[in-house]
Design a protein around this ligand. Structure first.
Ligand code: CA
Length: 681
């Protein structure tokens, strides 16, 4: 996750949607005011989950519930599947009976301002881990402690030094981290908390505690690990990174070279950002083969609705997401996602140690419906609770420590629609997925209700179509469960796609169709055969900058946010954005050249420039087209495309033509450019 993910996760401008028609309710204090008015539909859904047959015997199912205590203190309530209200012991007992083996708590060194006011995000200090951990232990759950070694959120975008360590050198931080870890673990041990895994840092791809150098970072891992071995010799030590699409082999080599003593190589895996399940399995298998360590998914989640429940816009929302082909946004979709990710990590084999869901209990303090009665009062009550109890992602008091994010966007939860409890705190059946994955829980008589149409494909004239053709499609059953169906393509039809132009290809589903009568079903696919691209690596799929002359390392070919395929030209700069990416070609015949490109990004400032200039160096003539970036995944397309009003460029055989992308904008600007195309008309 780079800058775009940060803005997606933490974009918390209040969204006032007028499209909702749910019933409102409320009063003006900070106690829950709405649970009795919640829709019952989500909580009555029973999910269908296939048994996973290849789970290692010591595999751990679980979740991070770090925000629970602050939500509970804010006055919200949790209910079991029968509608019975739960106290803290009851809550953890429900997690245990749902099939969880372990719960994870993040720990921040000192998440308070100079007046002792909490930063939010659960105000997760060591005491909150002790309070929740005691109750979890009583319920028979194991406990994982996730030290961020920061006073607030640590992730690939920020690894801020704790206030108390601000003036320290890297080697002083080592001893401070070791004694802090030792003292914290002794407190947990003395309280009787059953800590079985300790994570030394959180998503530490780009640093830890303000340290970015790998050797120094490894010295910090080793300091933390020493403290774990000393205080809790039976506990496992985990190292945690953010995406299996990152270069984990290099990360693991650093751990080997620096002789870091650890047991678990952990990863986050959020389906919107972190690639395919196949890649998750392959990446973690490669790491376990290379290191001999256990591997875990330490964070994953999915949304059961695109609505927001607390008045703080969500990461996954109507604004950001359309229908996803892989899982539906539903209670069943959550069960599908949890079981698919668990299956993917189990497929690594014996080194697979577990899969944890991220924040199933981060529900709204009060259910907020902008169209409902007393909506303003409910929102005010939520804001008060976020400030007072830290139950939002950040309070205003965090702005001194985290001015760039919390200082601008502080507020509630961006993930309340990814909880495994509904907006009123009632357990959803997706919470039982952890148990169902061991036992199986299949509904009978399900019927295929729709097929998710495959996305149109584009290829260049002369390219083999087969690598572009999907071999499966996703279908949705009448319980909203998504399944994979294998297909076979009509080769005779494909053989006729010989010219530039648009075609429709057909495939036949060869798997048995649930509820079907045995008649094969056909699925259509739009195929666009484009003229031959005169640019080398215009789609960036060579995975590096081949063909391109890029003027500054702030831009490069990465896996961040491709429009199509796996790679794009990504840029980000802490200082002002300014670079060019260019190629030169020689025209081989007379004709008219057309071009196009796609781009997305933001934080570039007013008057930023992102344009392509095509210049005939022999005649001096040029044409250009520009876009204005408007946000994450808000793709813009321009060039000599229909309606853009941009002319083609005339060339004669032998003319030299330069194609140049020119980008400039404010400090902190980011974005990606993809599918860059130059061809004869
Ligand atoms: Ca929200």
């Amino acid at each position: 996750m780079k800058k775009k993910a940060l803005s997606a996760l933490l974009t918390v401008a209040l969204v006032i949607s007028s499209a909702l028609s749910l019933v409102g309710c409320g009063n003006d204090n900070t106690t829950p005011v709405c649970t009795e008015m919640m829709s019952t539909s989500d909580r009555e859904i029973s999910v269908s989950v296939s048994r996973i047959d290849n789970l290692p015997s010591d595999f751990l199912m679980g979740a991070d519930v770090s925000s629970y205590l602050s939500i509970d203190k804010s006055g919200a309530h949790y209910y079991d599947h029968e509608g019975k209200e739960l106290d803290m012991d009851g809550f953890f007992a429900l997690l245990k009976s749902s099939g969880m083996d372990i719960v994870r708590f993040r720990v921040w060194n000192d998440p308070y301002d100079e007046k002792g006011r909490g930063y939010g995000g659960g105000n997760c200090d060591i005491q909150s881990a002790i309070d929740m951990g005691t109750s979890a232990t009583k319920a028979g759950l194991q406990v994982m402690i996730d030290f961020h070694y920061s006073d607030f959120w640590a992730d690939p975008n920020k690894q801020m030094t704790p206030k108390g360590w601000a003036a320290m050198s890297a080697s002083d931080k080592e001893s401070a981290l070791e004694s802090y870890t030792r003292e914290s673990l002794i407190k947990l041990k003395d309280a009787g908390v059953n800590v079985t895994i300790v994570s030394i840092g959180n998503e530490t791809d780009n640093g830890m505690s303000g340290v970015t150098d790998w050797t120094q970072k490894c010295a910090l891992y080793k300091a933390g690990s020493r403290a774990v071995r000393e205080v809790l010799p039976d506990a496992l030590v985990a190292i945690h990174y953010s995406s299996p699409e990152h270069d984990y082999v290099t990360y693991a080599q650093h751990l080997i070279d620096n002789k870091v003593d650890y047991d678990i190589f952990g990863t986050s895996y959020y389906p919107y950002w972190h690639g395919s399940l196949e890649n998750l399995t392959a990446a973690m298998k490669e790491i376990s083969d290379m290191t001999g360590k256990r591997v875990m998914v330490l964070e994953t989640s999915w949304a059961y609705t695109l609505e927001d429940g607390d008045g703080n816009a969500n990461t996954v929302s109507h604004e950001e997401n359309s229908d996803d082909p892989y899982y539906s946004f539903s209670v069943q979709g959550q069960a599908d996602e949890i079981s698919s990710v668990t299956q993917a990590i189990a497929d690594v084999g014996d080194p697979a140690l577990g899969c944890l869901y991220w924040e199933p209990a981060w529900i709204p303090v009060n259910y907020y419906n902008p169209a409902g009665r007393d909506a303003d009062k409910i929102l005010e009550a939520n804001k008060k609770a976020w400030e007072k109890y830290g139950s939002g992602w950040a309070s205003s008091y965090a702005s001194g420590y985290d001015p760039e994010d919390a200082g601008v966007y502080y507020g509630g939860s961006a993930v309340d629609n990814q909880a495994l409890f509904d907006f009123g705190g009632y357990a959803l059946d997706s919470l039982n997925t952890f148990r169902y994955m061991r036992e199986g829980h299949q509904a009978e008589g399900l019927v295929l209700s729709q097929i998710i149409m495959p996305k149109p494909i584009s290829l260049e004239y002369g390219e083999d179509i087969h690598p572009y053709l999907p071999m499966t499609v996703r279908g949705e059953l009448d319980n909203r469960q998504r399944i994979t169906l294998r297909v076979e393509w009509d080769e005779a039809e494909l053989a006729g796609f010989t010219d530039v132009g648009e075609y429709t290809a057909h495939c036949t589903i060869i798997d048995e169709i649930p509820g079907g009568d045995g008649t094969p079903r056909k699925v259509m696919l739009k195929v666009n055969i484009l003229p031959q691209n005169l640019l080398v690596n215009g789609d960036m799929e060579k995975g590096d900058a081949s063909g391109w002359n890029i003027s500054d390392p702030m831009a490069g070919v990465t896996t961040d946010d491709p429009y199509r395929g796996s790679y794009s030209l990504h840029f980000w700069s802490e200082g002002a954005v300014s670079f060019t990416a260019s190629q030169t070609i020689t025209a081989d015949v007379d004709g008219e050249l057309i071009f196009s490109f796609k781009a997305q990004g933001g934080d570039m400032g007013d008057g930023h420039v992102l344009k392509a200039v095509v210049k005939n160096e022999s005649t001096g003539e040029s044409v250009e087209a520009s876009v204005t970036l408007s946000g994450w995944q808000k793709w813009q397309e321009t060039g000599s495309i229909p309606d853009a009003g941009i002319n083609a460029l005339h060339v004669s055989a032998g003319d030299k033509v330069t194609f140049e992308i020119v980008v400039s904008g404010s400090a902190g600007g980011w974005g990606t450019i993809d599918d860059v195309f130059l061809a004869y008309k």
